[in-house]
Write a protein that binds this ligand. Structure first.
Ligand code: NAD
Length: 371
């Protein structure tokens, strides 16, 4: 096995910086494994690329992303550009023999997601998606509690994902309001709760969805109004696993919500409640003990919840969003090394994409749709 791995990064916005932080931190945090070499970074022009390469610690910079993919020293490419570019960039990287770490959603159209999965399979390279929330040590622990039967047999799951970055009706029109980015809340947000469902319960089997557009137009920089092409709100009924019923509510214009991904799991002997806004704690209710003393108990993340121990030896001190990206990066490196890895690869990601498109179809046809 090589002792180092050459990294390419395309895009340096919100997620690009998260990937860069992860590539810089994965070795110090996890200790073992290969050492990432930050080789080549791309942005929309050479000047931005050079400035970001200097900030993030990359050796080479370019205004043409194809140069990153052609670079023989690059072994793995982070794709952190807007959704519309994912398919073209990920496919080009795989065809050039690179591993890929691509941000979610996988692609805008189902046909593109299918092509990505087929090319990944044919390439023999590792291709994973940026589903960071499955990496939270407490989400892993929820899986352990479910396996142990801590809340008995699960019968109902409720999921909410809300943020308020599109809540202001006066906020300017940008790429997330364009149809070229996808349906809106469904593929921007819905894919994250779906990733949690996938790791905890398996595939969604059928869906009934309703999409809504709170603001039909948004102002532009030029002072005009432009019609919004996406849906910022989605409400979905679903079934998952062996007969578990569920509700999923998504809202990108939910004033007051900053990073809510709330999960409630109800079983025959208890329930589990978790919210990403309080990502270092979960609530567990069990029917053990006398009724007079029953109630939710709060479990704080601790070194016993691997891989929290890799970051901090003290319990209850807390991880953050970027730490999930570092864990995700480590899992990607495990997959590249041929070791067991907790990742959503392009094959599993395609299942999530099919679910999203089934939800959109359900909204259009106003009926239950099988996934
Ligand atoms: N995993 C998560 O939790 C999470 C969170 C936010 C966003 N995302 C995903 O990350 C992706 C990017 O979102 P963002 O919020 O970082 O967007 P952003 O606008 O902050 O960053 C995108 C960057 O890509 C650059 N870019 C655009 N076209 C390019 C090109 N042709 N070549 C090189 N660079 C190019 C832009 O200049 C910008 O710097 C989206 O697909 C989004 O869904 C994932």
């Amino acid at each position: 096995m090589k002792s180092s791995i050459g990294v390419g990064l395309i895009g340096t916005g919100y997620m690009g910086k998260c990937h860069a932080l992860a590539w810089n931190s994965v070795k110090p945090v996890f200790g073992s494994g290969v050492q990432p070499r930050l080789v080549h970074l791309a942005e929309v022009n050479a000047a931005i690329a050079r400035a970001k390469a200097d900030e993030f610690g990359f050796a080479r910079a370019t205004g043409d992303w194809r140069e990153v993919i052609a670079d023989p020293e690059v072994d793995v490419v982070s794709v952190t550009t807007p959704n519309a570019f994912h398919a073209e960039m990920a496919i080009a990287a795989l065809e050039a023999g690179k591993h890929v770490w691509c941000e979610k959603p996988m692609a805008v159209t189902l046909a593109d997601a299918e092509r990505m999965e087929a090319v990944a399979k044919a390439s023999g390279k590792v291709a994973v998606l940026g589903y960071n929330y499955i990496q939270n040590p407490l989400v892993r622990h929820i899986g352990t509690l479910l396996e142990q039967g801590a809340i008995g047999s699960v019968n109902h799951v409720r999921l909410e994902m809300d943020e308020d970055f599109m809540a202001d009706p006066e906020a300017l029109f940008y790429w997330k309001s364009e149809a070229s980015s996808g349906y809106g809340a469904l593929d921007d947000f819905g894919v994250h709760p779906l990733s949690l469902l996938q790791v905890l319960f398996g595939s969604v089997t059928r869906v009934f969805a309703h999409l809504a557009r709170p603001y039909p137009t948004r102002p532009t920089k030029e002072g005009t109004a432009r019609a919004v092409e996406t849906f910022d709100i989605a409400s979905v009924l679903f079934e998952v696993g062996s007969g578990i019923s569920g509700v999923m509510a998504l809202n990108r214009s939910a004033w007051g919500r900053k990073g809510r991904i709330a999960l409630q799991i109800f079983g025959s002997k208890g329930s589990i409640v978790y919210d990403q806004e309080r990502m270092n704690e979960l609530q567990l209710y069990t029917t053990e003990g006398p009724g007079t003393e029953r109630g939710y108990r709060t479990i704080l993340t601790a070194p016993q919840h691997a891989p929290y121990d890799r970051f901090i030896p003290a319990p209850g001190h807390g991880l953050g969003f970027n730490d999930l990206k570092i864990i995700e990066c480590h899992e990607l490196l495990n997959a590249i090394a041929g070791e067991p890895a907790r990742v959503i690869d392009f094959a599993k990601g395609l299942v999530i994409e099919r679910t999203v498109h089934a939800m959109a179809q359900s909204h259009q046809e106003q009926r239950w749709v099988e996934v």
